[in-house]
Ligand binder design. Structure first.
Ligand code: C5P
Length: 294
């Protein structure tokens, strides 16, 4: 019998993203609040004899060893010494290079699925370390829900879960390189670094008590290159969003709405303008953990 697992690979947004300073290792020290949302890719992972193979329905996703899910499988094989292989089919729904963590989520889900399929053992700390070696956002997806990310984003702790049922994701259709976004940062908030953690936490808790102070330090630089993102934000607010912010390094913007009617109206307006648009809700930690395996 072929051993196979189907797994949901959820997207994330960042409620807030504060960049504190550039570190000696070249990464930027962050304070961010991650949030998983109800948009997901679907992975079907089948155990094979030897090779790691990626299949994807989206031509923008590389299927070679540069694919983050491929890297995850190879790293897990190396870490556990197994000689087994895997075929990983990715049904892509999350826009690529869009600030929604799609590749990172695929990598984390590959790790969780292959530990089961290959029947290998890795303790939690080793798993988190391996996830962090794949990318700064990967460890977050091992737990999901609402979480604080510090360090380069890889040091994750769960916080009070935020409920938000009426969110709208809008993507203007161009990819943004995370590396480029960070490289363009010049205004860095090095002072008051330690006071930013409670600030960021307060921002996450206050998400339904707007006006919201949460911001994204990458927004200014990415908007400088892509003014269309500012236009998307402006339109979302004019369509009734209480709050609109770029997620991660963009270009996706999320709008926070009060009810499903407003959200649907805004969704159809944004679609008519030609934007990729998806109404979603926040997925909390317990729902995340109980629904990823199908
Ligand atoms: O960790 P990840 O591979 O996702 O990061 C992609 C790039 O984004 C890094 O190579 C780095 O240039 C930049 N980055 C950063 N500081 C972070 C996270 C990412 O400078 N905290």
């Amino acid at each position: 019998m072929t051993r196979q697992l189907q797994i949901k690979s959820y997207a994330k947004i960042n409620w807030a993203l504060d960049v504190l300073f550039k570190r000696a290792d070249g990464y930027h020290e962050l304070r961010t609040i991650f949030q998983t949302v109800s948009l997901f890719d679907r992975l079907r992972i089948t155990e094979t004899d030897r090779n790691i193979e990626i299949v994807c329905n989206d031509p923008r996703v590389p299927c070679d060893e540069t694919n983050l899910a491929h890297k995850a499988a190879a790293a897990l094989r190396e870490a556990t010494g197994t000689s087994k292989g895997a075929r990983i089919e990715i049904e892509k729904n999350i826009p690529v290079a869009a600030g929604l963590g799609g590749g990172s989520s695929n990598a984390a889900m590959t790790l969780l699925a292959l530990v089961k399929l290959w029947e290998v053992e890795l303790d939690d700390r080793a798993m988190i370390r391996l996830a962090a070696s794949l990318g700064s956002d990967v460890p977050f997806f091992l737990t999901g829900g609402t979480a604080l990310g510090i360090g380069r984003g890889e040091d994750v702790s769960s916080v009070e879960q935020v409920r938000a049922d009426h969110l709208l994701l809008v993507n203007p259709g161009f990819a943004v390189s995370t590396r480029d976004a960070y490289e363009k940062l010049s205004r860095l908030t090095t002072s008051e670094a330690s006071s930013r953690i409670p600030f960021t936490l307060r921002a996450a808790r206050g998400i339904r008590e707007l006006p919201l102070e949460a911001s994204n330090d990458l927004e200014e630089v990415v908007l400088g290159v892509h003014p269309e993102i500012a236009e998307v934000k402006r339109r979302l607010v004019s369509l009734g969003a209480r709050h609109a912010l770029m997620s991660g390094s963009g270009a996706t913007v999320f709008g926070v709405f009060d009810n499903s009617q407003l959200t649907e109206q805004a969704a159809s307006e944004m679609r008519m303008l030609g934007y990729w648009t998806e109404p979603v809700r926040a997925i909390d930690r317990s729902e995340y953990q109980s629904t990823i395996f199908e």
